[in-house]
Design a protein around this ligand. Sequence first.
Ligand code: AMP
Length: 290
Amino acid sequence: MQAIKRISQLKEEIRRLRKEKGDGTVGFVPTMGYLHEGHLSLLAAAKKETDIVVMSIFVNPLQFGPNEDFEKYPRDHERDLKMAEAAGADIVFLPETSEMYPRPIKTTVSVAEVTERLCGASRPGHFDGVATVVTKLFNIVQPDKAFFGMKDAQQVAVIRRMVDDLNMNVTIVPCPTLREEDGLAMSSRNVYLSPEERKQALVLSQSLRLAEALIRERSASPDEVRRRVEEHIRTAQLADIDYVELLSYPELAPVQPGQMPPSVIIALAVKFGKTRLIDNLIIEMGNSHV
Ligand code: AMP
């Protein structure tokens, strides 16, 4: 496996590997590092579906707000490289900020509507930062397929819309959320949780299950589902709710009482101390995937 820091070198190496593998396909897994099993499951999916697997590790300053955790975001390249190699990545791209943004960026990508709610509402500018860096990375790597986790379901909706609207030559492959044994969605930010916060954070996945049951019963209105979920989250004293929303997926439009769309998302963001966690469940009538 190769660890590459320069864009020019990355392009050259991908070109070489493609040729070596007889016009091989490239799978791409963009991440911010501090890898866990969730990230590795994307690598595994990429390995299965494509010939050459490229992972990027880049904490993108453009997608963090001024009062967010850009500086404090956990980083450990040495550990990440070992994990990526063991999981079978061919290349890990770890650019410095100056390599990705050699001068202040004047061109950005902005996706309307699907970015208006959920994390788009509570983190202004976040998805412009995501759409812009993903566009840059797609242009650099030129992958055939790119793999994203449904843990960030809004991100998947935004990237899919962007790729579709701008005719980008890449297939987006959504992958299921990996969870700890007790249900907590894996996240690089989980390391920030104190033992007590970690225990209480279980209310997130529990409340999604509660929402699923209520939605499937079809007896509760969208507002009632939200209220019941919030009520459950508040049983954890350390939980500070940012949002709980029930929307259609992937449009992310409000659900009208009595008109459940074929696919809905129950999405939440909750702070425990300084740590903001997100989780979601997409419910399709007939089955569900978390
Ligand atoms: P991040 O490093 O948090 O930006 O995540 C990089 C990629 O890994 C994104 O596509 C995430 O959706 C995905 N990811 C993060 N956590 C999980 C998880 N628990 N299960 C599956 N994918 C995940």
